[in-house]
Design a protein around this ligand. Structure first.
Ligand code: ARG
Length: 463
């Protein structure tokens, strides 16, 4: 039986049921749907729309339904179009006429919006906690990297020696912005749509503030049309996850490069790498590749969902049912991605001496030579030309750059010492740069960020 059988003479076709159902995926909202119904029941009782006894019967029935859902005993039926229909059907089976009062003053339109906000709020809280764990791992790796340096790249060409700690923290700061974005998204989505009805509210004396507080939302909706149509929070969550996915992809790409024989900066643990079905010698970084690959899919979920929204008039339209699968999938992929990459990095072994050797080419210190000249009054453009000329000379004539520097009238022995391995990162001093002291300051600031995020996370989870 459908929820609208009073109005219809005929029954739904099998195509309609198959095409329009969402139960196969919105089952994931079962817990939130029951919570939403309980708050609604309490609201109906508080406003005198149902009696205290009816409220108690509905609440205990909802407890029973929740237990059936959790234990797997819930008997879903083919005609249960979605989780809301399934729960209401079962409540009515168990509580008879009182069960038939559950949907008073409510529509699936405000109900699904409420369920999905409850769900998203909780899931984003757990995304925050995963991000924070990953940042702590990066912090630990940065601390244990001490004064190890490796080549920093621009255009994937060796540029300057940078500290390995600086590298790890660079990813950590990007994740910090992801954390911030998710916290802000949680704050914006923290609005209860319950009481908006199908689109225009109700003639019954509902109390949207009461149910909002009951469900732990920060505030209630202001406009019922907006309340049932608004899926900004889904689009925002997808954007946050997509950008986080892009950051994971960048980490993945670096792991792919670093684990090649050519780079050789890291070796993957067996538990976090795969072999080849044909080539016995292979050890492949599949997790890192999938962190890269799956980010494309999450971007697709974001753009696909924006396309779903763009043609819709107010207010609820069935197209909105397409909000769930991209959101669920993005949450799954990103959560798994963070934990897999964390495990991979935590178990990988880094080849510090190989990193140092790769950065010990004197050419990587060319800008240090130019800046040495600047400190002696040479305009930077001229210094750049002088050092560039020496580099060209050294490469063309296969002469050691150090020898040319020593012999140069404006440079000499003191300048040549800048080319000694390790000197470059020691002498770099600008704040936020990759010098030893600056990175020490940065580590302190990153530790404070992690502490701040820990407090924010407690507030998010408690709320
Ligand atoms: N399954 C629907 C969804 O996810 C629930 C709302 C259905 N509302 C309606 N008027 N048909 O959006």
């Amino acid at each position: 039986m459908t929820l609208w059988h009073g109005r219809f003479e005929g029954t739904p076709s099998s195509e309609l049921l198959a095409y329009t159902q969402s139960l196969s995926f919105d089952k994931r909202l079962a817990h939130d749907d029951v919570a939403c119904s309980k708050a609604h029941v309490k609201g109906l009782a508080a406003s005198g729309i149902i009696s205290e006894e009816e409220s108690l019967l509905l609440l205990s029935t909802l407890d029973q339904v929740e237990a059936e859902l959790e234990s797997g005993d819930f008997d879903f039926q083919y005609s249960d179009e979605d989780i809301h229909t399934a729960v209401e059907r079962r409540v009515t089976e168990l509580a008879g006429d009182t069960g038939a009062k559950l949907h008073t003053g409510r529509s699936r339109n405000d109900q699904v919006a409420t369920d999905l906000r409850l769900f998203t709020k909780r899931e984003l809280g757990s995304v925050c906690s995963r991000i924070l764990d990953f940042q702590k791992l990066l912090l630990g790796l940065a601390e244990s990297a001490e004064d190890v340096y490796l080549p920093g790249y621009t255009h994937l060409q060796k540029a300057q020696p940078v500290l390995l700690a600086h590298y790890f923290l660079a990813h950590g700061w990007a994740l910090g912005r992801d954390f911030d974005r998710v916290v802000e998204t949680i704050d914006r989505l923290d609005v209860s749509p319950l009481g908006a009805g199908a689109l225009g509210g109700s003639s019954l004396p509902l109390d949207p503030d009461f149910v909002s507080a009951e469900l732990g939302f920060g505030r209630r909706f202001e406009n019922s049309l907006d309340a049932v149509s608004d899926r900004d929070f889904v689009a925002e969550s997808l954007f946050d996850l997509a950008l986080l996915g892009v950051h994971l992809s960048r980490i993945g790409e670096e792991i792919v490069l670093w684990s090649t024989e050519e780079f050789g900066y890291l070796r993957l643990d067996d538990a976090y790498s795969t072999g080849s079905s044909m080539l016995p010698q292979k050890k492949n970084p599949d997790i890192a590749e999938l962190a890269r690959g799956k980010s494309g899919r999450v971007i697709g979920s974001l753009t696909g969902f924006l396309a779903t929204l763009k043609g819709l008039p107010l207010s609820y339209n069935r197209d909105l049912q397409e909000d769930k699968e991209p959101l669920f999938d993005a949450l799954n992929q990103i959560s798994l991605g963070i934990s897999s990459l964390s495990g991979l990095l935590a178990s990988a072994s880094f080849d510090f001496s190989r990193m140092r050797r790769a950065a010990d080419s004197p050419y990587l210190c060319a800008v240090d030579l130019a800046e040495w000249l600047v400190k002696r009054g040479v305009p930077f453009r001229q210094a750049h030309v002088i050092v560039g000329g020496l580099v060209r000379d050294s490469l063309e004539r296969h002469v050691d750059l150090g020898e040319l520097v020593e012999a140069h009238p404006q440079l000499g022995t003191e300048a040549a010492e800048l080319l000694v391995p390790g000197v470059s990162v020691e002498r770099r001093r600008s704040l936020g740069g990759s010098g030893v002291e600056a990175v020490y300051v940065q580590l302190e600031n990153f530790r404070s960020l992690v502490l701040r995020e820990e407090m924010q996370l407690q507030a998010v989870v408690k709320h």
